[in-house]
Write a protein that binds this ligand. Structure first.
Ligand code: MTE
Length: 315
């Protein structure tokens, strides 16, 4: 993964070599394809529609939220490019309607949900969560959505279902990053079923009171606040229940660096940098770094999910 703002960790250190080289290929090919024009550099100035009847959730942190501007301009969404500013500049290309999410696999009631059904499936809540990226920066985001467990209950997983796989849209015509082999497209992430059922795991449709901006994963994404940000897949079109552990995009790209669990853990360093501290976006480069908290500060709620597990091995 790449970061743009200054930090102790250099971009060349963060990005696995394979991905970094692919990124250079991407930039070269983008120039050759004239994508500079086609992908029209257009900042997302306009704000989204307000979501009605959003109640505040007791699961929120009391920390002050990061600004709307930082949350929507400093993004990781490799389908639109690898620079932090690429998603805000290019994600307007993505058409988020019509949109369906197929729920399939080991469930009694497989179903295709239209996005409008999903928006009404359960009362919308504002959940202010810390987001900790594997690149050692963090934000506080007032997400809107409801517990993913509400949807899972409707489809009734079978006893054999142990994992849940989330697949992002594959549409290279609107997602220019997918025209190059930066990652194994489509982006796939996964959780153990008990993690997916945890009340903190959010099916997210908005932020700051409004529909989700495209660059943050419109029209629907997952948010798992105790894990590194890459576990929270954006622009989801498929949710599949499986018996075996899903093969996830980052784990396939660099298995020694990005484990399946990816729980925020200050005591287990990334092979190429420390995870002990983090920089809070918006506080300025000279602000002291913050200590990273075990499970991103959600240990009380989630530590029991990993009782008896060696978290160095299952990183
Ligand atoms: N989902 C998809 N489909 N593609 C991505 O590149 N990046 C991940 C995650 N979900 C990513 C994704 C990473 S690394 C992070 S840190 C978060 O999205 C960032 O979410 P945000 O841009 O809304 O802050």
């Amino acid at each position: 993964m790449v970061i743009k703002r200054p930090s102790d960790v250099l971009p060349s250190e963060i990005t696995p070599k394979e991905v970094y080289l692919r990124r250079r290929e991407f930039l070269k090919a983008a120039l050759a394809l004239g994508l500079g024009e086609a992908v029209a550099v257009r900042a997302a100035e306009s704000r989204g529609a307000r979501l009605p009847e959003v109640r505040r959730s007791p699961l929120s942190t009391s920390e002050p939220p990061t600004s709307y501007k930082d949350i929507t301009r400093y993004n990781n969404f490799y389908e639109f490019g690898t620079d932090k500013s690429d998603p805000a500049e290019r994600a307007h290309l993505l058409k988020t309607r019509p949109w369906t999410v197929t729920v399939e696999g080991l469930v009694r009631r497989p179903r295709v949900y239209d996005i409008d059904e999903l928006l009404k499936l359960a009362p919308l809540e504002e959940r202010v969560y810390r987001l900790r990226c594997v690149e050692a920066w963090s934000m506080v985001v007032p997400w809107i959505g409801y517990s993913l467990s509400e949807l899972i209950r409707q489809v009734e997983p079978l006893g054999s279902a142990k994992y849940v796989e989330f697949t992002t849209l594959l549409r290279p015509a609107e997602m220019p990053g997918q025209r190059l082999p930066i990652l194994a497209w489509p982006y796939v992430e996964g959780l153990r079923l008990d993690e997916a059922l945890h009340p903190l795991t959010l099916l997210c449709v908005g932020l700051y009171g409004e529909v989700l901006p495209n660059q943050n994963g419109a029209p629907v994404r997952i948010v798992v606040p105790w894990k590194y940000g890459f576990k929270s897949g954006k622009s989801i079109v498929k949710i599949r229940f499986t018996e075996s552990q899903p093969r996830t995009s980052w784990n396939l790209a660099a298995p020694h660096e990005y484990g399946f669990y990816a729980n925020v853990n200050p005591t287990v360093d990334h092979p190429r940098w420390s995870q002990a501290k983090e920089r809070r976006i918006g506080e300025g480069f000279f602000a002291p770094k913050r200590d990273t908290l075990m499970f991103n500060g959600y240990a009380e709620q989630v530590a029991h999910l990993y009782a008896g597990m060696d978290l160095r091995r299952y990183f």
